[in-house]
Design a protein around this ligand. Sequence first.
Ligand code: FAD
Ligand code: NAD
Length: 466
Amino acid sequence: MNYDVVVIGSGPGGYVCAIRMAQLGFKTALVEKYDTLGGTCLNVGCIPSKALLDSSEHYHNATHNFEKHGIDVSDVKVNMRQMIDRKNSVVSQTCVGVKYLMDKNKIDVHHGLGSFVDKTTIKVTPNEGDAFELKTKYAVIATGSKPNYFPGMGPDKDRIITSTEMLNLDKVAENLIVIGGGVIGLELGSVHARLGAKVQVVEFADRIIPTMDGALSKELTKVLKKEGFKFSFKTKVQKVENTGNGVKVIALDKNDKEVVFEGDYCLVAVGRKPYTEGLGLENAGVKVDDRGRVEVDEHLKTSADNIYAIGDVIKGAMLAHKAEEEGVFVAELLAGQKPHINYDLIPGVVYTWPEVAAVGKTEEELKEAGVNYKVGSFPLKALGRSRASMDIMGLVKVIADAETDEVLGVHMVSARAADMIMEAVTAMEYRASAEDMARICHPHPTYTEATKEAALAATEDRALHI
Ligand code: FAD
Ligand code: NAD
């Protein structure tokens, strides 16, 4: 079979790339080794984790907040099997949706492991049946990533597990040990904490979400401690053992003293690594860097002149929306257009409750770069909207250039921050000043008023409601 483009991997990078290619008139094929489309994001990432986060938040509200709202419910119980079944049905509906989009755009989908025979030939090896070859002018590598781990903490998929197994655990953990206080550890830790688990986070750095602004780490730590999380910082895991009916995690604390954590499950959440196994990159002359990522230039072109790569398998944030933007970028580039991605403005979200969201530079980054900046902050508890819903924890922080007032970063912990952050992304894309953001009329009562107030505070320390 002959194609203009073959995309390998059907995650948010690959399937979006295939759609845009087809829209632009390329004869397109998508190769996916699993039976369902959608990749990590739809099958074992964004969508299932958010489904469980929503379910567990309902339980948490029923057991902690309903009474205060004047709603008496008794005998509230968790039915974990039903929770997992609902999550599975959300996942399968979403995956079927991607299949529909492939059919609608007349994209040929081939299920099987894709590997390069040479730079214009891709062999597809299905789980059952014979392998076959596709000939193509261009190829796009969108093979994503897999969970990472370090020596001594190798998952056994029984008690020592990664996010993939955790998303299918059909009982509530009692004592969950989480290695890594990053996004996965805190999101999946939250699911079980809300359902009643004791959660112990063991983090190598001196704070959770260490790549985000320090103010967010501090506020989120407070939030999660209220949910029953415990944290050990500057603690490096040495070894994890499955003891038969539990786990033992041996680590060194900041004074190099051995500490032992015991629990029933250990979630290993120390990052993800690019996935290129079985791709036959060497047959196509595609190089990888020292971290195993497919090397690309500023046009996302690999070391082979007809092969491009996008998403988690290349450098940059491992986020679904970043992968999607890159998929569209490559399609438009091959169609002769002049696409552009603003890598400085890729928002990041952590789906705890309240949510954490950020875009642009952190205060720590600006300090290190020697930029002269000013900061305005506003606490959610001063907002009428927050008091009405009882979501009073959190803050919005706007950082602007001290001389020009241009917004350089917006960081928030707030109910619905995942949606609120888009105001900041839009403002920053158009290079707004803090005063521009502050002067825009925000609807009342909404959480977005906290952004306006923080922008006012950054402009001339003139927040109105504090
Ligand atoms: P993937 O989604 O990893 O897809 C790659 C696909 O390629 C897979 O289907 C794989 O089977 C296939 N493949 C690999 N090799 C081959 C081969 N040789 N032949 C054929 N097929 C192959 N990001 C967010 O932005 N928001 C979130 O809320 C979020 N939550 C997450 C929660 C969890 C628990 C996890 C693990 C991740 C989450 N992420 C989230 C990250 C997000 O899932 C990834 O950034 C995103 O899926 C990357 O997309 P991709 O297209 O590059 O690769
Ligand atoms: P992460 O990079 O967010 O966090 C890993 C954490 O583990 C870091 O805080 C790091 O300091 C710590 N760590 C590393 N080695 C350690 C060790 N030996 N002992 C103790 N702690 C150690 O990675 P993750 O949480 O595994 O998530 C992987 C990727 O998936 C991320 O890049 C993220 O972007 C993506 N993801 C995104 C979302 C979202 O957008 N909401 C949700 C889940 C996952």
